[in-house]
Design a protein. Structure first.
Lengths: 505, 240
């Protein structure tokens, strides 16, 4: 029993509900409420970490909370183990700083923006903490419903088109997952992760495969893996920069969490390995990765380029965790962290730099470096991390990925990772060279019309630099991040332990 | 070009359809799983929750947390639509329909309201509940705008009132959840507030209150959606 778990979800949810109420009475308070609850959330996370520090260091943390007082198979329960804790920590910290960034960045329609942002936050934590498959689906849809209006936040043609496309793909993915849930309930009569996991291998093999395929297709559509990647670039380039950072850095990680949790702890990786499906997943993900990088190479729009690079990195993460050796999974999880930090710092600093240029186009960004050299060098550092240069965290995660591909004699995968790095070197250096060109930019009035104005420039700048510092620091102290991942691996590899802990306690 | 594209799409879809059909036809016809939660709910839900309606017992007691998520989806959709559809220049509101229609609905609307309230409060006894009753309440606002003109709706039932109703409904739901923690139980525990015998109106613990909360939230939310589609919304959006 741990009340902190439900507080993690209810605080953002309650904040989202309070914001319209506050807007009626006193609009000025909204800003403080938003920051206050974001910090409160962070404090609760710290409280959980400090209270269970010894258990976290040996990887045996397991907190649970039964909602409504009903025991697991009957009611819904929340659980927090190493895997959930890792993702909760990443997401809560990232969203906290993105909320502060938004205060500087977003200047109109703030009320509804924060409502949707906090609902999205609550939904993401709901997905991670729940151990009930229908509840999982409810929050998955909540993430979709709240992200789509934020993509169309600029209310122009491009944004609306992107949001509609995102909605269609997201709903399609949701339908696949929903059919999978129906099949599970139809066959097993339960919705609890642990009970499904305990009984899943008693089903006939063809039904096991059918259910896994439904879930995999649903998750891949939501992730934007290769055959379903069409919405990614549109959505991430049309959205305002903090939302692009959230979409690429944080929301996509939720689906990676769902992939890990469902395939390893609930269905069991054996189903995929015995039928050879894991090989197919690896090749599809690698193909998607290389296609993402190639498309980024051809792109002449900064935010679309960053979005395509997201496809490339997500493909690598999915491929490396499906290899399913201890080192591979740990490397994949480290890359989740490194991609989150680097992509958020790229998008946040791009959001700052784009105020100086008339459009998102690369060739319009000539001379950006001379406008603000500190943020631009931050962008270069984060981009260098993406290319895999030391001492940024991207170097270590890519190194470990290549090494674990080679250890399990997947030379094709290893070479693709290296090739992706070379491609990203090319497309990032294109932007950087444009940035250093000495050409005077147009008059201020000209681009004020096209781009949103930053409201508190200093906040935006400092948060962008903060993420860049995080990229460098986590690279230097990569061991402190990497070692706890062994506990995450143990959670993934022992579904029976997960079952015992939920149903036994 | 487009024709070959269409043929290609049809081919892929039919291939997928056939695969799906073959896989689904291999499912056994009858499933009987001994430990299914279905048995527990059917046998024990009346004594455990005090609700005559199984669906309500599941929605607002066993899985009340899901209902919190579902009603939050409506809340999110309302916020999103208000965000996207609010604009500066607006069509002039209608002046309503003819005198006959106005009189008829003048007589009908109180009963529609009463019916909505009935559906909400009897959620634990008969089919219905907060979601369904809320939709009926939301229809009243639509009647106001269509029959009497949207200006009437604005005066009688202003956007601020709607937002207040929506958020108070949501806060009631979350507040009931926290009451469970304060009384020494769990979040969204079924509180022993209304404990008359099973089958009467004042029974089933906190389920009727959750129904009322959801009813207000859904009703006001749908009214806001309709309203933001026809007329200017809150002042905040106007001074863009």
């Amino acid at each position: 029993m741990n009340v902190a778990l439900i507080l993690l979800i209810v605080i953002p949810l309650g904040t989202a509900i309070l914001i319209p109420l506050i807007d009626i009475f006193h609009k000025e308070v909204r800003k403080y409420l938003v920051v206050f609850s974001a910090f409160l959330e962070f404090i609760i996370l710290l409280y959980i970490v400090v209270n269970n520090f010894s258990k976290i260091t040996n990887g045996s943390i397991f907190l649970t909370y039964n909602l409504g007082g009903w025991l697991p198979p009957l009611g819904i329960n929340l659980t927090l183990d190493m895997l959930s804790l890792y993702f909760v920590a990443l997401i809560s910290t990232a969203v906290l700083f993105l909320v502060i960034y938004s205060i500087g960045y977003i200047g109109h329609h703030e009320g509804k923006y924060y409502v949707l942002l906090f609902l999205m936050w609550a939904a993401m934590l709901g997905i991670i903490l729940t151990s009930d498959i229908f509840n999982f689906y409810v929050f998955l849809e909540l993430v979709l419903i709240t992200t789509a209006p934020l993509i169309a936040f600029k209310r122009n043609r491009e944004g609306t088109e992107a949001a509609i496309k995102y909605m269609f793909y997201g709903i399609l993915g949701g339908v696949f997952i929903f059919i999978g849930i129906i099949l599970i309930y139809f066959n097993l009569g339960t919705l609890n992760f642990a009970e499904i996991s305990a009984n899943f291998n008693m089903l006939p093999l063809n039904i096991q495969i059918l259910i896994s395929i439904f879930f995999l297709v649903g998750l891949f559509i939501k992730l934007g893996i290769f055959p379903f990647h069409f919405w990614v670039a549109k959505a991430q380039s049309a959205a305002p920069s903090p939302i692009s950072a959230l979409l690429s850095g944080v929301v996509e990680k939720i689906y990676i969490y769902a992939f890990l949790r469902l395939i390893w702890n609930v269905f069991g990786i054996n189903v995929l390995q015995d039928t050879g499906m894991s090989k197919i997943i690896i090749y599809v993900a690698l193909l998607s990765s290389i296609i993402g990088h190639v498309l980024a190479l051809y792109e002449d729009d900064l935010k679309r380029m960053l979005a395509y690079s997201t496809i490339g990195h997500l493909g690598i993460i999915i491929a490396i965790v499906t290899v399913n050796t201890k080192f591979a999974i740990m490397a994949g999880l480290l890359h989740v962290l490194s991609h989150l930090l680097m992509k958020i710092s790229l998008f946040t600093s791009a959001g700052f730099l784009l105020q100086f240029t008339p459009s998102h186009k690369l060739k319009d960004s000539r001379g950006v470096a001379h406008e603000n050299i500190s943020v631009f060098s931050g962008f270069i550092i984060a981009a260098a991390g993406m290319m895999g240069l030391p001492p940024m965290i991207g170097f270590f995660s890519k190194l470990f990925i290549v090494r674990s591909f080679i250890n399990s004699s997947f030379y094709f995968g290893a070479s693709l990772v290296v090739l992706g790095s070379i491609f990203s070197f090319i497309y990032y250096s294109r932007y950087i060279t444009y940035g250093f060109k000495k050409i005077s930019l147009g008059s201020p009035e000209e681009f004020r019309l096209i781009l949103s104005v930053l409201y508190r420039e200093k906040v935006v700048k400092n948060i962008a630099l903060l993420f860049v510092i995080a990229v460098v620091l986590s690279g230097i102290f990569y061991k402190t991040v990497f070692c706890p991942l062994e506990g995450v691996y143990n959670v993934l590899e022992n579904p029976s332990l997960y079952i015992d802990l939920i149903l036994g306690g | 070009m487009s024709k070959t594209k269409h043929i290609f799409a049809v081919l892929i879809l039919s291939l997928l359809g056939i695969t799906l059909l073959v896989s689904l036809s291999k499912l056994p016809n009858q499933f009987e799983y001994a430990n299914s939660i279905y048995h527990h709910v059917v046998n024990n839900s009346i004594t455990e929750t005090g609700s005559l309606n199984f669906v309500t017992a599941i929605l607002y007691d066993y899985r009340a947390y899901d209902s919190l998520g579902e009603s939050t989806i409506i809340f999110g959709a309302v916020s999103g639509i208000v965000l996207l559809l609010s604009r500066k220049t607006l069509p002039v509101s209608s002046h309503g329909l003819s005198f006959i229609v106005k009189r008829t609905f003048g007589m009908l609307t109180p009963f529609i309201f009463l019916f909505g309230i009935y559906i909400i409060t009897h959620g634990h006894l008969s089919p219905g509940g907060g979601f369904q009753g809320g939709v009926i309440l939301g229809a009243i606002s639509i009647i106001f705008s269509i029959v009497y003109g949207s200006e009437f709706d604005y005066k009688r039932y202003s956007p601020t009132t709607k937002t207040l109703l929506e958020t108070s409904g949501a806060l009631l739901f979350i507040g009931l959840g926290f009451m469970g923690i304060l009384l020494g139980g769990n979040f969204l525990m079924n509180l022993n507030i209304l404990n008359a015998e099973v089958g009467s109106l004042l029974s089933a613990g906190s389920i009727p209150f959750i129904n009322i909360g959801i009813g207000f939230k859904i009703g006001a939310g749908l009214a806001i959606i309709f309203y933001s589609m026809i007329q200017k919304t809150f002042k905040e959006e106007v001074d863009l």
